[in-house]
Design a protein around this ligand. Sequence first.
Ligand code: AGP
Length: 614
Amino acid sequence: MCGIIGAIRRDGGILNSLVEGLRVVEYRGYDSAGVAILEDGAIAVRKKQGRLENLEAVLEDGAFDNAPVGIGHTRWATHGEPNDRNAHPHQGATGRVAIVHNGIFENYLELREQLTAQGVKFASETDSEVMAQLLDLELQENISLQDAMRRALHRVEGYYALGAICQGPEGPELVCARKGPPLLVAFTPDAAYLASDVLGVLPHTDKVIYLEDGDVAILKPGSIEVTDFEGQPVEREISKVDWKPGDSGLGGWPHYMLKEIHEQPDVLARTALDRIDLERGDVTIEGGQFEDDFLQGVERVQVLACGTALHAGMIAKYLIEGLAKVPVDVDFASEYRYRDPIVVPGTMALAISQSGETADTLGATRLAKELGAKVAAIVNVAGSTQMREADQILLTHAGPEIGVASTKAFTAQVAAAVLLAVRMGRAKGTLPVEEAKAILTELNGLRTKIEHLLSEPIRDHIHDLAKIHARAKGFFFLGRGVNFPVALEGALKLKEISYMHAEGYAAGEMKHGPIALIDPGMTIVSINAPGHVADKVRSNIEQVKSRGGVALSVGSHEGSHKIAGQCIRVPETIEWLSPILNTIPLQLFSYYIADLRGCEIDKPRNLAKSVTVE
Ligand code: AGP
């Protein structure tokens, strides 16, 4: 949930590297920001509650120009409210060391008591400060930071991505450690860097080392040494990142979310088109993934995901059961991992995750693996933990998604689910080649329909509707079949960026209670496409309208549009692919409402991009 940056450089000039690094990882958490800089043997800390610009306002111009090493942090608060005192970095009692931390030290209270009994005075309410105090005590024995780190790591429980600096016996030291949340390191001839994700080091190099749980890394200008917690060297490969520094830029857009909504035609092309084989009516996933021999052994699928990714997983259920005739269970990863799930032989656990670092999805997937499942993953971040722990991988190529509200990653996940369902259906012989060709041909041509939905007239129309509904008392988003998860996704988008009450519901469920909430102040958004449930959704709209609800129909079902009165017309496509198209107007609708309400769109309150805590 937090963003961590660290740098050690031969030529100094650390501050700019840290601030620019924090700027690109700020989407990971934005309750506070801070830096610790080592200069002339002493550590200076600057940290402020709130956004990065609050920190920048207190950084003296030209300060620390010669500093050789530093660390930085953007926080999503877990322990201790967001304020200056609880902001990272944290120091120990003597100030000789500073740390930044992402994760939770689960035994921090016990350690605080022990340290307090030894006379240590804590400056914050955070769990993270415990590590700073432990390191401070260890370093009083004049040992290296890496040795002090390894000793301290044996005393803490929980999970963490850690960075630390100090003036060591032989000069400035930068050390980091990982157990749980992501952490990567990279080096150039004159420097070395650490970051929570690739965006933090991309301005310096596209070659990175993804640390594994149990790794300690010692960073020096031009080199990195990795050991385990016992000090034994471990080998870690250097990976090349296929993202470019510019990918994460705003590029003149008012918000990342709007930029990313408009990237969806390209994202669909990058995720799907090179994998479609129209000739054979099949799909090829690079790297020999999801071949016949693997898929023919799959008798059941267990989807595990959170939030928007779960909605994509719910769509995957309809697709895989419909096209491959394989039973699919879908569960909140956070529920699955704490119940006693039954994994039958032939189960494939399908993890879906944009970041590939969501703690609950990782935890659930690891449990499924322990219980005998094979693990597949649809992820967007190459090198992510979810990807590296999976047996089969389907990478989406959405590029970096900075907006906390997921948009392009979602439609990429759905496109990936279509590819997987077709592949599985062809592998198991349950999907006739002609039907597969029809689906893939339509997927191949979907780009122009997405571009139509992003054209100015449609955007203006959606903006006008947003002006009408921006003050609604609340929203129901209704859908059936493969568009029921679209209703859930539309409601989540509106909730998380406009802070308005919105519920996604199976349209058929309304009459079993929720319809009691319908009154003229409520807006009902119904998502509908031609297909076997279209008329049912239309009659659901009639039911809510007859009770005074204001209906907005989204989709390509003219009967629904007629009844609703207000509508957003979506180009027709086959039912299986309608979620990709139907979602896009909902993304724009939520964006415009949030903008009209003056909400912070890219960094909504209380949220963070990657939920690496449980
Ligand atoms: C999506 O708009 C939310 N920000 C959130 O629900 C997100 O989808 C969820 O946290 C899962 O993230 P992941 O895809 O990186 O695992």
